[in-house]
Design a protein around this ligand. Structure first.
Ligand SMILES: [Zn+2]
Length: 162
């Protein structure tokens, strides 16, 4: 078995029309996050955890943060490709655990909705991925409501041969 971890942080966007996307689903409260792709901070952290567990590099080097192909791209592309590459290297996902760190919006009520979306995006059995949320009690950049961070851990196991 192999474990990997990922972390990502995005600042909120000034664009009031930009949706907040977490785990591939839109959280209606917003505000949206700034970034080259859809700025899905949860999927970015999870992608890095998957790539890390399989020792296949990281989000920036695999996909290129200024590659025009990924401008406004849904981050499901990244996590799907990370899963595919891990699979090609002989690994499959056992489970993953994600913690979203946000002062705003309050995400506790959306946790299950986000997790459901995430399972659809990954094409894995419900219960494979856990989504948790916390705040920083008003401390620091997250506490001042300037953006959202996410931490993720993923466990992979060898696909049995044959
Ligand atoms: Zn990111």
């Amino acid at each position: 078995m192999r474990v990997g971890q990922g972390i990502d942080v995005h600042v909120f966007s000034d664009d009031p029309d930009r949706p907040l996307v977490l785990g591939g689903v839109i959280v209606p409260e917003g505000p949206g996050l700034a970034g080259h792709s859809d700025a899905d901070v949860l999927l970015h952290a999870l992608t890095d955890a998957l790539l890390g567990a399989a020792a296949l590099g990281d989000l920036g080097t695999v996909f290129g943060s200024d590659d025009p192909r990924y401008a406004q791209a849904p981050s499901s592309v990244f996590v799907g490709e990370a899963l595919r590459r891990a699979g090609q290297a002989g690994w499959r996902l056992v489970n993953a655990d994600c913690t979203i760190v946000a002062q705003r919006p309050r995400l506790a009520a959306h946790r299950v909705y986000i997790a459901d979306g995430l399972h659809r995006v990954l094409g894995v059995t419900p219960g494979t991925v856990s989504v948790k949320s916390t705040s920083t009690d008003g401390l620091g950049m997250i506490g001042r409501g300037e953006g959202i961070a996410c931490l993720a851990v993923a466990l992979l196991e060898r696909v049995p041969a044959g």
